[in-house]
Design a protein around this ligand. Sequence first.
Ligand code: SF4
Length: 299
Amino acid sequence: MMFCQYFYLGPMTDKFQKGDNDNTLFITSACTNRCIMCCQPPTDVDDSDRLLERNLRLIETANTDTDYVCITGGEPTLIEEKLFLYIQAIRKRMPDATIHLLTNGRRFADNDYTIHFAKMADSHFVLGIPLHSDNPIDHERIAGAKGSFFETMKGLHNLGILGYEIELRVIIMKDNYKRLPQIAEYITLNLPFVSQVSFMGLEVTGCADRNYHRVWVEPIEFDPYLTDAIRYLECCNFSAKVFNIPHCLLSVILWPYACRSISTWKKTNLLQCKNCSQLMNCCGVFCTSKKYSSFIHAI
Ligand code: SF4
């Protein structure tokens, strides 16, 4: 185990602009899931009005050519019509922006809600939805919510029928890493319409820090399973990516899939990184993580 030794920590952006992956709106702390590795643990406090006021100001001052805005929480669909106020405001100010909505997908199991959503949320949308396993028992233990597996699956299908672009997110942890190849196979058989499968490393804060011994697995342990899963997806013509895992913790064969995914304001590098040949290619680590892999090393 290693504790953070920063040499850089950038500020969170206060202005949306073109080409920036930091353009993120946090719109509610509430959620219907209680995921064991959640880095932003939900609360029962209704903060959606306060956040709406602040976020609308941010949208109104955004550069009009901004091409990417992420909406996250909590669970964004819980704030009902306020979500559509956000979408209208973004469309008005940044007509060409792709909106990346991070949701647990459960609300879209409701056919009426999904039809209403489709009327309000037209084009340039990507929905990022987590799938924790290929079976309900594991998925619901990780999500901390009974019935969540079938609701998420139905939600995915409803969105798929409507032609939405879907990014499936598989967060790698102790409870699911050995089944990554089975999860990949399940996706190819049951969710052939998803446009990307993103395998994600943990941000060790919030519940992930609290449940550290229950969720953390060293990348060196999951690497062979991840390699098999990605190879399988590729054979089936699926796009696969790796998020939030530094190059030095991945086998070289996985480097082409590894993205510089950590937002600038959340990204840092450790002292080891200073002399690393992969510094410019690697995603670095979360400055918000309380613990890091002890295998991080300069390449
Ligand atoms: S040591 Fe290199 S590969 Fe590892 S986190 Fe730092 S920059 Fe990335």
